[in-house]
Structures are given as C-alpha cells and as structure tokens.
Design a protein around this ligand. Structure first.
Ligand code: GCV
Length: 730
C-alpha cells in the first residue's frame, strides 16, 4: 500500500511539474511566437514563406534577422531557411531600398516618399519571375518596424496573400518615461523594482535590456527617458553617463534614443555654482559643457525632460525667471546636437480658486516664447491622471509651441497593480477630444501630431508601467497598456478594439471565442473602475499620498489642494466643483463651443458633471437628447451616484465570471494570476463603493436606493484603514 502511494505521488509530481513546464510567465510579452495552431493558416504561411533573406548588414538589420529567425521558426514549428538569393518562389525579403541590389528594378519611389524616414513598405511582388514578399524602407529602422508589422500579421492570423502596405508614424517622438529612481525604486511603480540595474552597469548588460528594446521597437516606440522626473542630479555625472552609454548602445539598433530627466539645480548640486539662474552666463556655460560631454559619448542622445517648480522641484521661478527662460537655456545647449527639451506644464501651487486652471494661466502667455527645439509636455487632463478628466485646455491654446501629450500608463489612480483596466479607451478619449481651436475637427490628436499648427516636432510620452517583475508589468493585462500606448503613438487613428484584438491574439490565443470574450471584458474595464471610484466627474478622492483606495474624507493636509474635500466640496446642499462663470470659470479656458457645452448643466456630459458643476443632491439628472432613451436617467443625483458605484462592483463581478469561463482555454499560469487579481479587485471595488457611499451619505442624508446590498462595515472602519507600505510611494 505504501508503495502504491509512493508511485502515485511520483506520478502526480511528474505530471504536475511537466504541465507547469509549459506555463507562461509572461516574460515574452506579445512577442511569444508560439506555433500557429490554425492548420489552414499555418499551411498558407508555409506556402508563402519558404525562405527568408535580409539584404544589407548593420546592427539594425542584424536585429531584423534575429527577429525573423526566432519568429518564423517559432510560428511555423520548423526551420525556415535563411537564403542569400531569390532562388525560388516564396522568399521573404527585407532590405533598405537604397542598399538593395535585389530591389533595384522595382519602382517604389512614391511609396517610399510616403513612408518617410521611419515608415515602411510591404508588398507581394516578383523578382526575376519569382514570387516574393518585400519589406522595405528608406532606413534600416523602417525595415525593422516593417518586420515587426509583418510578424504581427502572422501572429494574428491575417491574410498575407496580396500585401500592399505603406505605414509611417504620425508622431515624431514616441516615448516612455520611467519614474525610476537611481536607488532602484520606482515612483508609482507597481511591477517591482526598476529594470535598470545601475549598480552593475555599464559592464553587465542584462538580456532584459535587449528584450525591452525589442518590445518597444515592435510597437514603434523610439525614445526612453530612463529616470524619474523628480530627478536626482547624479544621473548627469560622469559615473552615470557611462552607464547611459551602455544602455544607449543596446537601444540604438532598435531605433530608441535615450533621454534623461535633468534636475534644474544641477549646476549648484554638481557644478558647485552659487546659482542655477538660467540667465546667469556661468550657469548657461555649465549646461553647455555638460551637454557637450554627454554628446561626446552618446552622439544620438535625445535630450532632457524637466519638471521645474512643481511639487518642490527647483526651477527658473526660483530666480524670478519664467518657465520659458529655463527651457530655452537648455534648448540653446542642446540645439547644436539636435537635442530637444521636453518641459512639463504640470505645475501648481495652492490656490483656493482652482488648481485645475493654473497650468493654462502660467503657460498660455508663454506661447511663441519657446525655442523651436522645446516641446511643452502636457498631461492629458488639467489635474493629474485621474480615471477621467476632460482634456487639458492647453491643447490647442499654444499654436506657436510644439506639444507633447503625457499619459500615465502606470496606474497610480486606477487601482494600481491589482486592477484590470485597459487604457486605450482613456487615451483615445483624450486624443479624439475636439478642442475647436481651428473650428470643428481640431482634435487633441492633431495638436500633438503637429498637423493642426504645422509643427514638425510632435510627441506622445507614457509614464511607464514596467518593472523588474518577471512579466514586466505586474498585472498581466497591464502589458496591453504598454502595447496600446505604443500602437497609438504610431497611429492614433487605430481603434481601441483593433489594438485589443491584436494584443489578445498575440498574448493569449487565436481562438475566436477567447479573443471575443477577452475583448468584451477589456473594453468596458476602464469605465468600470471610474464607476466604483469616482463616477460622474468626481476626482482626487484617493487615499492620502499613496493614492490607493478611497479617501474622500481626507481633509488634514496642510497642502490644501492635496485634500479630497478641496475637489468634491460635498456638504448638506450638494457636491461638485463649480468651474462655470459662477465658480472658478475654468470653462472659459476652452474654446467657445467646448466651453458652452461644459458650462451648461443641460449639455455637460454626465461623466464630467461634478467636475464642472456643483449640484444639489436632489437634482434630477437631465436626460441628454443624444442619449438612447434607455440611458436617460431622471434619477436624483444621489441615486445616480449610488447606482454608478454599485454598477462598478457588478461589472467587476461579471468580469470575474467571464474570465472564469476561459479556464481551460488559456495558459494555466496566466489564467490563475488574473483570476486571483480579479478577486482582489472585487474586494477593492466593494471597499471603494461602501466607503464612498457611506461618506457621501453623511451629507446627502438620503437612503441607498432599494434593492442594493447594504455596506457591511461602517464608515469609521474604512476611515481607519492605513497603508504605510503601499507600493510605489517612494
Ligand atoms: C513623479 C503626481 C504623482 C507624483 C508624480 C507627479 C508628477 O503628483 O503623485 O508621484 O511625481 O504626479 O507627474 O510629477
């Protein structure tokens, strides 16, 4: 009996462990290149791609070769040979046009003109009577981007029979910003410590750095700011510059330029000068020398990102100068090397009137005063990466200034590391907002891609959600947000659905049931979180400083605009921030058609209601004429707030049910990870709902509508919770 038990145990051990050997730890992101399981697609692809050839040699072309080799072998489950001539039908040829002998007879002039310096052309064609698939571009980097595009077609099981593609990026600077500190922590990071191991650089080059570059190139990201905007000046010392040199050489073949956040006081802290006054000749010279030193070692260094006079960081205003004076000093130093300055407009100081109006008040008058290698970097909304904000009124208001939009990919205010939230709808909501700066159709996207005002310098930056966790982003679904950010920076016209569809195919499965089900839970996921955190335009009601969990009662910060009560203004009469002419008049910072829409209670979208209006608890939500009848409310504001909070929790529960139904259809490890995270999220959603409803009820004095489950804990209980070790609050 003992023996039988032993044999059974060994069997179980072997069985369980051999099954785990196939488990997916998420490291390969969307570049898994697993065997194509649809036999028909596999046969067709094998027929179309019998061999591959990369013409020309350079580090970038070597990267293209590497990618084709691992991808084609992985996807086909066999070895697709590399050849050195088009010796038969079915060769996949990748080459930069100007270096290619094989493409010399094919006229691609107009397509290549359209593709520009980073774009690519892919087409099915003939060389010497042999059928080929061509991936070409003006520059090697375009070829690499084209290779990734082509591989995506295979990964997502698309038709490759008659290809005729020209693709180019809409936006020039497509960047990540890591809020990584030099001590290895990550501000607002929820995926472990920093991926940069500053201690072992420059000698030890982790494979992860290369895989980071591959992943970014695969979605067209071409710049990375490696350190926190709350910048340690040490990054500018020789000791760190040599480490940057090492990273830059890993990134270079993948078309990624390195940038750093500069501390404005570096001339004092490193250069031992008495001042960092941007008009002081010695200070200007210090920056010029520093920039020269960097470029002598990193010739393709991108430039500086600066957070100045914001949240305690030093800046030009410390010396009575303007933000433009500060930016221009750095711009002057960088200009001879084609470097740029990204100067953040995220500034505020305590103002009882309205924090949300300050960036506009400060920066709008500076339009036209910045050097042409400065981009003003504006967060998507006027406050600070809330789950929902209206777009910042700075977009469209500074036509003589290049702009870069800043999104937060890491989810500081969206549930952090435990939330299932697909961010493409949030990014798109901002990009598609119409500023009306030059009449209808003047979208934020057109401002940031430079087309509205004819700027060649344009940009989109995402605060990275990447850390040292094995799967890079902590929550497996946060990979989708990195992916979506890059895809939209390349082409902001892609829809959220298209991007989700690609990512699911590449990450989970090509099974259409799985794709549909996952897409159906990704698409509403951001709105779900808005519902249970801060519906109807509420905002900034988070736990103090850690921004995790509800804290609408926070009222003790000496920094009054860090208090939740500053934002929701609830009392016995009502709730919300009056930003119309009777209040802070923030609406007047928008162009008239937008201002008019936001200013009127009858046209202001419900989802921005309490952002712009102070409303009584018994106010009946006005049915909007463009809403389908079924959605027209007519409820009191109080009931509507409750219904949103409850709907948020319900939707997390339905996400759980949908996810559970996928159990046998996707990788076991990823399935369980998400399942457990959803369980945590459900607890968090209930916590948010109960805490907020109980707190606001102390003012409304109205009952929770009938039929809704009642909170099982008291408001005092929720207020007593504290999170001294919350991640990301370094
Ligand atoms: C890097 C918010 C965050 C800070 C962040 C700041 C910024 O205030 O809470 O952690 O600092 O934004 O964007 O500079």
């Amino acid at each position: 009996m003992k023996n039988i038990f032993l044999v059974f145990s060994i069997f179980l051990f072997v069985h369980v462990h051999s099954a785990r050997a196939y488990a997916d730890d998420g490291y390969r992101l969307w570049l898994k290149y697993n065997l194509i399981t649809n036999q028909q697609n596999l046969d067709e692809y094998k027929q179309s791609i019998k061999a591959w050839l990369v013409e020309g040699s350079s580090p970038t072309m070597d990267a293209a070769k590497h990618e084709l080799r691992i991808a084609l072998d992985g996807l086909s489950g066999s070895t697709i040979p590399e050849v050195n001539s088009v010796n038969g039908d079915g060769v996949l040829l990748a080459a930069a046009y100007r270096n290619s002998k094989l493409l010399a007879g094919i006229d691609l002039k107009s397509k290549l003109e359209k593709a520009g310096s980073e774009g690519y052309v892919i087409l099915t064609s003939n060389i010497n009577g042999k059928r080929v698939i061509i991936i070409t571009a003006n520059e090697d980097i375009g070829v690499l981007y084209g290779v990734f595009y082509f591989l995506r077609l295979l990964q997502t099981n698309r038709d490759i029979a008659n290809l005729d593609v020209v693709s180019f990026p809409r936006i020039k600077l497509r960047m990540l910003n890591h809020w990584d500190n030099l001590n290895g922590t990550v501000e607002r990071g929820y995926a472990g410590f920093s991926i940069w191991d500053w201690h072992t650089l420059p000698i030890y080059i982790k494979q992860r750095y290369r895989d980071y570059a591959r992943a970014n190139a695969s979605i067209g990201i071409n710049g990375t700011v490696v350190n926190n905007v709350n910048a340690d000046p040490l990054i500018l010392t020789q000791r760190y510059i040599v480490k940057l040199v090492a990273l830059a050489s890993v990134f270079r073949p993948y078309g990624i330029n390195i940038y750093v956040c500069a501390n404005f006081d570096a001339p004092i802290k490193l250069g031992k000068l008495k001042t960092a006054d941007p008009l002081d000749p010695q200070v200007r010279q210090w920056w010029k020398d520093k920039v020269k030193e960097i470029y002598s070692l990193i010739p393709d260094f991108g430039g500086f990102l600066v957070k100045a006079n914001s949240e305690g960081e030093p800046g030009p205003q410390d010396y009575g100068c303007t933000q433009a004076d500060g930016a221009n000093m750095l711009a002057e130093a960088l200009k001879p090397f084609n470097g740029v300055v990204m100067w953040r407009a995220f500034i505020y100081s305590y103002d009882p009137k309205d924090r949300a109006t300050q960036a506009y008040e400060e920066f709008k008058p500076l339009d036209g005063k910045f050097e042409d290698n400065v981009l003003v970097q504006v967060k998507n909304g006027p406050l600070d990466f809330q789950p929902r904000e209206p777009f910042s009124p700075l977009f469209g208001s500074m036509p003589r200034t290049s702009m870069i939009v800043e999104f937060q990919i890491t989810m500081e205010y969206l549930g952090q590391g435990t939330s299932f939230v697909y961010l493409a709808p949030l990014f798109k909501e901002c990009l598609e907002s119409d500023t009306y700066a030059k009449g209808k159709g003047s979208t934020v996207a057109k401002v940031v891609d430079g087309s509205l005002d004819g700027h060649s310098l344009s940009g989109m930056v995402g605060v990275s959600n990447i850390g040292a966790d094995r799967n890079w982003t902590g929550h497996p679904f946060d990979q989708a947000n990195w992916y979506a950010f890059g895809r939209l920076a390349w082409d902001h016209e892609l829809t959220s659905e298209q991007i989700a569809d690609e990512w699911i195919h590449m990450t989970f499965s090509n099974d259409s049931d799985v794709v549909e089900k996952i897409e159906s839970i990704m698409m509403p996921s951001r709105e779900n979180v808005v519902n249970y955190m801060d519906p109807l335009g509420l905002n900034m009601i988070f736990g103090y400083d850690n921004h995790y969990g509800p804290g609408p009662w926070i009222d003790y910060s000496p920094h009054k605009d860090w208090n939740s009560t500053y934002y929701h203004r609830a009392d016995s009469l009502g709730i919300g921030f009056d930003r119309t002419a009777t209040g802070s008049d923030a609406v007047s910072q928008y162009y008239p058609p937008v201002a008019k829409e936001f200013a009127s209670l009858s046209t202001c979208p419900d989802n921005e209601l309490l952002w712009f209006h102070r409303v009584s608890w018994s106010y009946k939500i006005q049915p909007k004429s463009d809403q389908p009848l079924a959605e027209r409310s007519g409820h009191t504001l109080w009931d509507e707030i409750c219904l949103h909070y409850y709907a948020g929790v319900d939707s997390v529960r339905s996400t759980q049910r949908a996810w559970n139904s996928l159990e046998v259809k996707i990788d076991d490890e990823e399935f369980r990870d998400v399942q457990m995270l959803l369980e945590i999220q459900e607890n968090e959603a209930v916590w948010w709902r109960n805490a907020c409803v109980l707190y606001f009820q102390t003012f409304s004095k109205m009952p929770i509508p009938d039929g809704l489950e009642k909170p099982d804990k008291t408001l005092q209980y929720y207020e007593s919770l504290s999170f001294p070790y919350a991640p990301g609050t370094w």
